[in-house]
Design a binder for this molecule. Structure first.
Ligand code: NDP
Length: 282
């Protein structure tokens, strides 16, 4: 098996399975539908949203974009979400983050009906995930779990060190690894001597948001390294949190950036949306 974990290929494989599930629910009269709310004109957000819509179209998922001006109030946004919560043709609601400063993200995320929370960010989804109950898992860590599974990486009994503790990546990532019986260590900006921690890891998950931050000094020989980071380096080129050139020679497996974790996030969003549509048929 190759050392490089190919997220593009694995993502495509999963999307083909998801496309079959789309056909199956359509045959029962339900077209999976995703609503994406975009507030303001953040260029990166616009690109992400366009990619999500394109990916939906490619597998027959209906998607609609609700574009709101940056002057939208929190109350107006909550009302928009309430309409979508009640819309029978919409199975997933996604609010593209970040939101303008005057809108409280927690309030908005909590306004999404748990049954349509395909990003898996709401307190109900997070709580269910913690309890190991069936729910929508947050797309990026869920995608990482799929990468590990499809690449045959053993998790049970392994020591996983997660670098980063954000609500959307680091924290749920550790939780999902724990559920698969890894011994999990969380590290963050207040962790003294990070290399001493990461050097012990069989599996390192880098979710820091700093270009080429994890170097070979952080990595034990033979470890599996998953790079969640999406950054721009000094030459404005896309790069991860891992210094691929120095780390790749000593690991057993590694994800590249781009083409590693990135393609998995949208893949799992599609999966969650189809799962939500399937749930309406139960
Ligand atoms: P956040 O900025 O929310 O979190 C970064 C985390 O890294 C924090 O927990 C922070 O610690 C920790 N950190 C910062 N500096 C250090 C340090 N010197 N040593 C150890 N830990 C440190 O980022 P996100 O979790 O949202 O994203 C992380 C990266 O993943 C980004 O590059 C982002 O672009 C990318 N990303 C990629 C996705 C994909 O689809 N592939 C999806 C989402 C994100 P502390 O909590 O103490 O501040």
């Amino acid at each position: 098996m190759s050392k490089i974990i190919n997220g593009k290929e694995i993502g495509q494989q999963i999307r083909e399975d998801v496309a079959k599930r789309v056909e199956a629910v359509k045959a029962k009269g339900v077209t999976p539908g995703l609503a994406v709310i975009l507030v303001g004109d953040n260029p990166a957000s616009k690109t992400y949203v366009a990619n999500k819509q394109k990916s939906c179209a490619a597998i027959g998922v209906h998607s609609e974009l609700i574009k709101l001006p940056s002057t939208t109030t929190e109350q107006q946004l909550v009302e928009e979400i309430a309409k979508l919560n009640d819309a029978p043709h919409i199975h997933g609601i996604l609010v593209q983050l970040p939101l303008p400063k005057h809108i409280d993200e927690d309030t908005i995320i909590a306004a999404i009906a748990p049954a349509k929370d395909v990003d898996g960010f709401s307190p109900v989804s997070v709580g269910k995930m913690m309890l190991g109950q069936d729910t929508f898992l947050p797309c990026t860590p869920y995608g990482v779990m799929k990468l590990l599974e499809y690449s045959g990486v053993e998790i049970a009994g392994k020591h996983a060190v997660v670098v980063g503790r954000s609500h959307i990546v680091g924290k749920p990532m550790g939780q999902l690894l724990l559920q698969k019986d890894a011994t999990v260590t969380y590290t963050h900006s207040k962790t003294p001597d990070l290399p001493a921690m990461t050097k012990q890891a069989d599996i390192i998950i880098a979710a820091v948001g700093r270009p080429n931050f994890i170097t070979k000094e952080h990595v034990k020989e033979g470890a599996v390294v998953i790079d969640v980071g999406i950054n721009r380096n000094e030459e404005n080129k896309l790069c991860g949190d891992v210094d691929f050139a120095s780390v790749e020679p000593i690991v057993s497996k590694i994800t590249p950036v781009p083409g590693g974790v990135g393609p998995m996030t949208i893949t799992m969003l599609l999966e969650n949306t189809v799962k939500s549509a399937e749930n309406t048929l139960k």
